[in-house]
Design a binder for this molecule. Sequence first.
Ligand SMILES: [Zn+2]
Length: 274
Amino acid sequence: MRRHGFGRWGGPWLAVAVVLPIGMPAVSAEPSRDHFDSVVIDAGHGGEDHGARGPRGLVEKDLVLDVCNRLAERLDAAGLRVTLTRGSDEFVPLEVRTSVANDARADLFVSIHANSAATDKPRGIETYFVSLESSDDMARQVAARENQALTRDSAATTRNDPLMALLGDMIATEHVIESSEFAKLVQGELADLGTGSTRGVKQAPFVVLMGVQMPASLIEIGFLSNPNEEKALRRGRYRDAIVEAVARAILAFGKRYDARRGVRADLSALADEP
Ligand SMILES: [Zn+2]
């Protein structure tokens, strides 16, 4: 598993990735284009960018870092090569997250976030894949909020903004079908979790997904603005249940990915899946 740290960076395009070893056996598999063996896990926010905050004080950046670390361990144990865009509480610009993913030449990019709404009613898990057009108003608001980490200027996230149009050109259209397929797998696995409402697969212009040259999706694992969901998300067992569901979806996606490319599913993790 690789963790990237950015203790010092001289602006968004000058960032240098530092690979920090952790106490886990290295996986020696080389990056591969045609065999599913590599995943990038992206914990939203970090450092000065706190993300959403629940009424009882649970902060999105801390929650998603813990969930991503649990997910990385689960996938590492399953034999996949895992790259984390951040392994600690640090600010990592969205475009650096994209670069880390592309440098890793991974087969899948999964970004984990937690939702927030203006009232305490909205609840449930939703999974996104990238599109310039949002599937509904709430999806548009979610993308606008998550994109603020790019420039600290939410005005830069509207459909008609020149920056947005430029970024839109970067959407890897060849990966959109696989991204939507993965989003459906995730949402299917997560359907039994949450506080009873599945919000489905949605589309929105998430900057962090736009320049990624691989299938990619962003999961909002629940509403911190909903007191019941904040309470659930505090529990380690609930976080593990989310991790297990996402891991199942990733391994199922891997099987399909290899089958589509005519690769025999000989990865032990995939063969061992029930
Ligand atoms: Zn977020």
